[in-house]
Design a protein around this ligand. Structure first.
Ligand code: ADP
Length: 585
């Protein structure tokens, strides 16, 4: 408490005032005492001189001691003080208070010695006779130049001391009162002076707790007013800077959080300082597992250790490919030293190459599939032309047969190219659907009509099951007929003569479920998951026609409508293909 400015200003004031009052009190009381004594002394001197005049005659004619003593007693009553009349030789001739005969020779008393020399003298001392402090004043009684004796007056100093004590008491009270007043004043002034400081401290505390909009109103024009002003400016600048920093931080966090690439920052000891959600997802870790922990322990990939070591050594960006077999992932990791921005820290960027790799594989598969598909018809075309050149032309019926087979091969290639083009158009979303509420049974009827002759030729019965109250579906009817045709065509192809094909439609919540069921050869369980892939053909189908694109096209068209397509099959007993289309509202 006494360390506060309030007390540092107040306390010296109080001490100063107390010291001054103390010195003043001591001085005044000693001054009063001495002036009082001097006053008393001159008073006693005058009275003694007066008395000495009256006793001179008695002293002159060989003194009548009896009458001198009576005189002393008489004067004592008048002047109200002890009166002693002493002979020139120091014998006590009259005494008002005591028995004079018991008193010793007084010639050596200091006041008597002084009076003998100077005509009068005074002294203050403890009287053995009356046993307290007395003021003595003696005056020499002289006739012409002859010393007759001394008249001495004495007063007890008790009353003097009482008066002095009274003065000291008054001064003491005054000292205390002024001291108290000064203390109150000093504290009040100190309080007033330090109040803005205390407010500043409060405001600074609040700012430290995050309330940056706190401002103070400067109500003085002194240094503290200036300080308040500077404080306000500092607070405004600080809050503006913090706001800007927060905005900047928000932007960076937004970028980091929405990025697809993983970002990790590690310090010089390779402990993780920052990690973004993409990185957490890539390595399947949580933020608490990562932050502050060693990168190598969190992500157990030895290549990362090598990458960081190399990056530290060369102080240059380094790149490596991480393969995470458990998750079938390929990641490109790039380590960049952050240099002056964050000394000792390294930025690690992880880019997921899995999709790129997969696309690469798909592209390669695609090319090899196309080459494979084209090789057979092209080889037979080559063989047919060679046979024609080598003389078959001379045999018109054979040549005609060959030409017919050549046309079939060219048709197969043309169909494949058309289907590929169609698929690529659908896949890239360049086929706009003209959706309209369409009755499902109409589309089924159209598809059946297109393939009915083929089915009859293959000796297959076709049945349609479609309730009358079925709601219309939202579909591009031409495209969905294509889907049903593809499925029906497969059913005809893969069902031996005498079989049965059933097309049906029924409602399921806000979808309509369509199915094409056959009693054909069925699909092996292992192949079931892959039949919707491009170019997929089961071994049994490889020998026959078909490009392996029909189901891929069907899947894309159904998905473009917002539906799903799947198949169920028991080998040797038949297959059922299902797909859904949303009900029109
Ligand atoms: P394709 O033009 O060769 O028929 P699809 O994509 O239409 O190509 O069919 C892919 C493969 O799925 C076929 O080769 C066949 O093995 C199998 N498949 C499709 N439909 C049926 C079905 N109804 N019964 C048996 N297998 C089928």
């Amino acid at each position: 408490m006494f360390y506060s400015i309030r007390w540092r200003i107040g306390l010296p004031f109080i001490l100063l005032i107390l010291a001054v009052m103390l010195v003043l009190g001591v001085y005044i009381s000693s001054f009063a005492k001495s002036s009082y004594l001097a006053d008393l002394e001159s008073h006693l001197h005058d009275e003694a001189a007066l008395i000495s005049d009256t006793v001179k005659p008695q002293l002159l004619n060989s003194p009548n001691i009896q009458s001198v003593d009576a005189l002393a007693k008489h004067w004592s009553e008048i002047v109200n003080a002890r009166v002693t009349i002493i002979g020139a030789d120091g014998t006590v001739l009259g005494e008002s208070l005591e028995d004079r005969t018991k008193m010793d020779n007084h010639s050596t008393r200091p006041e008597i010695l002084q009076a003998r020399r100077n005509g009068w003298g005074s002294a203050t001392r403890f009287s053995d006779t009356v046993r307290y402090d007395m003021l003595y004043v003696a005056v020499a009684a002289k006739q012409a130049d002859q010393l007759l004796g001394f008249v001495r007056l004495a007063l007890p100093l008790q009353s003097v001391q009482q008066n002095i004590r009274h003065i000291q008491w008054t001064i003491g009270i005054a000292t205390l009162a002024t001291g108290l007043l000064a203390a109150i004043l000093a504290i009040w002034i100190a309080n007033r002076t330090t109040r803005p400081l205390r407010e500043l401290i409060q405001a600074a505390d609040q700012m430290a707790a995050g309330k940056l909009d706190k401002r103070l109103i400067p109500n003085t024009h002194d240094e503290i007013g200036n300080l308040t002003h500077s404080f306000n400016e500092m607070a405004a600048q600080l809050s503006a800077e913090i706001k800007a920093l927060n905005a900047e931080r928000g932007r960076i966090i937004a970028v980091l959080n929405t990025m697809n690439d993983g970002v990790i920052i590690v310090d010089a000891e390779n402990s993780i300082q920052l990690v973004n959600p993409a990185a957490l997802a890539m390595f399947n870790i949580t933020e608490t597992e990562a932050l502050g922990h060693s990168l190598i322990l969190v992500i157990r990939q030895f290549q990362l250790d090598e990458l960081l070591t190399l990056c530290h050594k060369t102080n240059q960006t380094q790149t490596t490919i991480l393969e995470i077999p458990a998750r079938q992932q390929y990641l490109q990791a790039t380590a960049t030293p952050l240099g002056e921005a964050l000394p000792g820290n390294t930025l690690l960027l992880f880019q997921n190459l899995t999709r790129l790799r997969r696309l690469e594989t798909i592209r390669q598969d695609f090319i090899s599939n196309i080459s494979h598909e084209l090789r057979t018809p092209l080889a037979s075309l080559k063989a047919l032309t060679e046979t024609l050149q080598e003389g078959a032309l001379e045999d018109p019926p054979a040549a005609k047969r060959f030409l017919g087979r050549m046309e079939t091969e060219v048709d197969a290639i043309t169909q494949m190219v058309e289907e590929l083009l169609e698929l690529s158009r659908i896949e890239s979303g360049r086929v706009p659907l003209s959706l309209a509420p369409t009755p499902a049974h109409e589309m089924i009827a159209q598809a059946v009509e297109r393939l009915i002759t083929q089915a009859e030729r293959a000796q297959l019965a076709i049945e349609i099951q479609c309730p009358d109250d079925l709601p219309k579906v939202l579909a591009d009817s031409k495209r969905l007929v294509q889907v049903i045709v593809n499925l029906l065509h497969n059913a005809i192809k893969f069902t031996p003569p005498g079989g049965q094909i059933t097309l049906s439609a029924r409602q399921q919540n806000n979808l309509v479920l369509l199915s094409v069921q056959d009693t054909g050869v069925g699909i092996p369980a292992d192949d079931l998951a892959r039949i919707f892939e491009r170019f997929f053909k089961s071994d049994r189908a490889r020998s026959g026609g078909g490009t392996g694109l029909g189901l891929a096209i069907a899947r894309h068209l159904v998905e473009a409508h917002g539906g799903t397509i799947w198949a169920e099959s028991i080998e040797g007993r038949g297959s059922t293909f299902y797909f859904t289309v949303p009900v029109a509202r």
